[in-house]
Design a protein around this ligand. Structure first.
Ligand code: C5P
Length: 234
């Protein structure tokens, strides 16, 4: 059964933790991204862990292998249950990330998942600033196959690509899909969007949803409606 991850894109810890409290008993995962982590740092991760949530630290590391290894090690020591890097960083960076994950994991502790971002779901055809760029979905598939070869646990991709990625990389290779929009919601800056039902039917393991929940009038109800749609589809 796919799991719901709520993107806490807030400017401060107080608003993020208030939203997390309002969502207790709904989604098992909270996602801390660049805006929140840059403003508040590690304390927001520990605060969410204390509330009993699993935390996806979405900082999309992309740097030289030594730096990424240290960053993943630190993220794992902080208590993140899932972290990510960019697939475009290549093999040495990916293997360094896995080494950092192993170094940060305590004996007996379940190692966190390390995922590779393939193509951002906000990028459509023509958005990649490269001449004769392949279609985003083809590029995502290619990067996913390579991420699997490099030993990563899965990828961040659009729901539009999950079936092909699972077909090429196997069911055990995790697919986490942002760009989820219930049929009635606005796409905003996202381009390659799918509904919660569509993402579950295509085999996605984790659905990341931000604004359709966090900007809803009643976030708890919005989250439960999405979980209901996910259950019916699964
Ligand atoms: O508000 P919305 O549902 O669009 O939020 C999606 C979240 O997923 C954002 O926090 C964004 O940073 C993140 N994300 C994404 N596409 C990726 C990776 C992460 O939208 N490829």
């Amino acid at each position: 059964m796919a799991e719901l991850v709520v993107a806490l894109d807030f400017p401060d810890a107080a608003s993020a933790l208030a939203m997390a409290r309002a969502l207790e008993g709904t989604a098992p995962w909270m996602k801390v991204g660049l805006e929140l982590f840059t403003a508040e740092g590690p304390k927001v991760v520990t605060g969410l862990k204390e509330l009993g949530f699993k935390v996806f630290l979405d900082l999309k590391f992309f740097d030289i292998p030594n730096t990424v290894q240290g960053a993943v090690r630190s993220a794992v020591r902080l208590g993140a249950d899932m972290v990510n890097i960019h697939a475009l960083g290549g093999e040495r960076m990916a293997r360094a990330a896995m080494a950092g994950c192993a170094e940060g994991t305590l004996p007996g502790q379940e190692p966190p998942l390390v995922l590779a971002v393939t193509m951002l779901t906000s990028m459509g055809a023509g958005d990649l600033p490269v001449e004769n760029a392949p279609a985003p979905s083809d590029m995502a598939l290619d990067l996913a196959v390579k991420a699997k070869q490099y030993g990563l646990n899965g990828v961040v991709c659009s729901g539009l690509e999950v079936e092909r990625i699972k077909g090429a990389c196997g069911d055990g290779f995790a697919c986490l899909t942002p760009g989820i929009r219930p049929a009635s919601a606005e796409a905003g800056d996202q381009r390659r969007v799918v509904t919660p039902e569509g993402a579950v039917r295509s085999g996605s393991d984790f659905l990341v949803v931000g604004r359709p929940i966090t900007r809803a009038e009643r976030p708890g109800e919005a989250a439960m409606a999405i979980i209901g749609e996910m259950r019916r589809a699964g």
